[in-house]
Ligand binder design. Structure first.
Ligand SMILES: NC(=O)c1ccc[n+]([C@@H]2O[C@H](COP(=O)([O-])OP(=O)(O)OC[C@H]3O[C@@H](n4cnc5c(N)ncnc54)[C@H](OP(=O)(O)O)[C@@H]3O)[C@@H](O)[C@H]2O)c1
Length: 256
């Protein structure tokens, strides 16, 4: 199979929010795309628009990444089923809120299966594919919530801490192989996951702009937005753990 001349990016969670904005950015930059999510019609609508606007090739890949078989099929496609693989963005994620004791066990399983397991296996597959080429970029969506434990969204924030730690380690592990791997940490960003306007809320295209700039850098993770950067640094480095826990608990108590 001849290698296409346009680079190819795979974006999970591309049917809405930050993932959709990543897809739009890659299309503008002239990448072919594989768009992944559960909602086929929403993905197809994005794909049709991007093909018409930019003359690129877009493959719609419908998958429930909370289901092991669907993750395995996509991982196999990343390793062996694509003509090339230049970028992977793991944006698919969910954030059910509330006390752990009140949470639906199925929603908790879905959260860990999607935010942790699927992301890990898809990143592994992309690394295996990219290493022989000696190049490639992987961008994982973590969160400003990753920088400290957060009562009332404890499983979500812990899942994003996992993403942050795993990604930073993979960044260093794969640097000698020529791969660029980093995590992008949005704070409050207006998307279907986090609807409505609020003070200091960012837009998904701003998150993508921050990530795009970071591609040419070396940082293993970046926080989007100056306020979020300051808050992440203060809570993770300067506050004693009991103080930061009490402050976070009080802030989240009024949000849920
Ligand atoms: N918005 C924020 O304030 C914020 C802040 C920090 C971090 N983040 C992170 O940013 C990422 C993107 O979030 P977003 O705000 O853009 O949310 P969003 O608009 O709800 O997008 C989530 C995407 O994930 C897909 N998805 C959900 N469950 C899936 C599943 N089981 N299998 C495959 N795809 C699935 C959704 O598509 P389908 O429903 O069609 O499957 C959708 O495309 C997430 O990882 C989130 O944790 C967001």
């Amino acid at each position: 199979m001849p290698k296409p001349s346009r680079p190819l990016a795979v974006v999970t969670g591309a049917s809405s929010g930050i993932g959709e904005q990543f897809a739009r950015r890659y299309a503008r930059e002239g990448y072919d795309l594989v768009l992944v999510a559960r909602s086929g019609p929403a993905l197809q609508a994005v794909a049709d628009e991007l093909v018409a606007q930019h003359g690129i090739a877009v493959d719609v890949h419908v998958a429930d990444l909370g289901v092991a078989a669907d993750v395995d099929i996509l991982a196999e496609k990343l390793m062996n089923g694509l003509p090339r693989l230049d970028h992977l963005v793991n944006s698919a994620g969910i954030a059910p809120e509330g006390d752990l004791a009140d949470a639906d066990p199925r929603a908790l399983r879905q959260l860990t299966d999607l935010n942790i397991t699927a992301l890990t296996l898809l990143m592994r597959a992309a690394i295996i594919r990219m290493r022989p080429a000696g190049r490639g970029t992987i961008i994982n969506l973590t969160s400003a919530a990753a920088y400290q434990p957060i009562p009332h969204i404890a499983a979500y924030s812990a899942s994003k801490t996992y993403v942050l730690m795993l990604t930073e380690a993979m960044s260093e592990e794969n640097r000698p192989h020529g791969l660029r791997i980093f995590a992008i940490a949005p704070g409050d960003t207006e998307t279907p996951m986090n609807p409505g306007a609020a003070k200091n809320k960012r837009q998904p295209n701003q998150v993508v702009d921050t990530a795009w700039k970071a591609i040419s850098g070396t940082a293993p993770s970046v926080v989007d937005g100056r306020t979020n950067r300051v808050l992440a640094a203060v809570s993770s480095r300067f506050l004693p753990s009991l103080v930061r826990l009490r402050v976070a608990e009080r802030m989240m108590r009024h949000k849920i």
